[in-house]
Design a protein around this ligand. Structure first.
Ligand code: DGL
Length: 271
């Protein structure tokens, strides 16, 4: 057993989809979350910039002596995979857990990936999926607008603008016959009800946050680092811009008001 917290970070509030799943699967773990809302989006930036930001985010989380560092960000997981994979603490991103789940779920071997431009350009999901199933067909689409729509809290299932954007982005994936779609950006599980409605019930959506949380649980168990049942897990949230919007979306997602647990951090002073 290891009582230290788990450090989770994302470019903004998308990583809350991982936190939501962690709270269910790992209720005894303490979580420190950093959302880099002052610098979101990461997905339209160069790999070098994403790597720099990821290293700074990790540096901030390290000040809490985390037992594990989790990149709850598809862009960091793919475009800065070496940064997250190269640290001394146990760590993970979303690529491996989501790819494995997709390969297990697909019946026809056609897998769609919705991600940011940086994620799609990295080819990381293609590589990971093909390492598990060399004949799988992968259709990747970058969906940059969806990140801004989530950050703006336009997440209602009937939101016309978000529905139109999802329809347009997912069209090539559906036309290509994918029966499984990886939500390869942690902002996108937040839009899962809209994406499922448009894709139809025959399409299996892979929730990258949920798959990542399952992976974290398995890793902690394997390493004998999981907290026992006597401890009730706590959460602390830090953001690099104003807290209000983050707290609004978090309250919908996590089903609780987190404003007392959320603080602004000046990331430029920390790094
Ligand atoms: N949550 C990030 C990701 O999974 C959001 C994208 C962004 O910052 O552009 O890629």
């Amino acid at each position: 057993m290891d009582k230290r917290p788990i450090g989770v970070f994302d470019s903004g509030l998308g990583g809350l989809s991982t936190v939501r799943a962690m709270k269910k699967l790992l209720p005894n773990e303490d979580i420190v979350y950093f959302g880099d809302t002052g610098r979101v989006p990461y997905g339209t930036r160069s790999n070098e910039t994403v790597e720099t930001y990821a290293a700074q985010d990790i540096k901030f989380l390290r000040s809490f002596s985390c037992k594990m560092i989790v990149a709850a960000c598809g862009t960091v997981s793919t475009a800065a995979a070496d940064v997250i994979g190269g640290i001394s603490e146990p760590s993970t991103g979303i690529t491996k857990p989501s790819s494995k789940a997709a390969v297990e779920a697909t019946k026809n071997g056609v897998i769609g990936v919705m991600g940011t431009s940086a994620t799609v350009n990295s080819g990381a999901f293609d590589d990971e999926i093909h390492a598990l199933n060399s004949t799988a067909k992968v259709i990747s689409v970058s969906c940059p607008l969806l990140v801004s729509l989530v950050e703006s809290n336009w997440i209602d299932i009937d939101d016309e603008v978000t529905n139109a954007a999802v329809k347009r982005y997912i069209e090539p994936i559906l036309k290509g016959g994918a029966d499984t779609v990886i939500l390869g950006c942690t902002h996108f599980p937040i839009l899962a009800p809209i994406i499922q409605k448009i894709a139809g019930s025959d399409v299996t959506l892979i929730d990258s946050g949920l798959e990542e949380a399952r992976y974290i649980k398995a890793e902690l168990e394997k390493r004998d680092m999981k907290n026992d049942g006597s401890h009730v897990g706590t959460q602390r949230f830090f953001v690099s811009d104003k807290t209000q919007n983050f707290c609004d979306v978090a309250s919908v997602l996590l089903g609780e008001d987190i404003s007392e647990k959320c603080e602004f951090v000046d990331i430029f002073k920390v790094i």
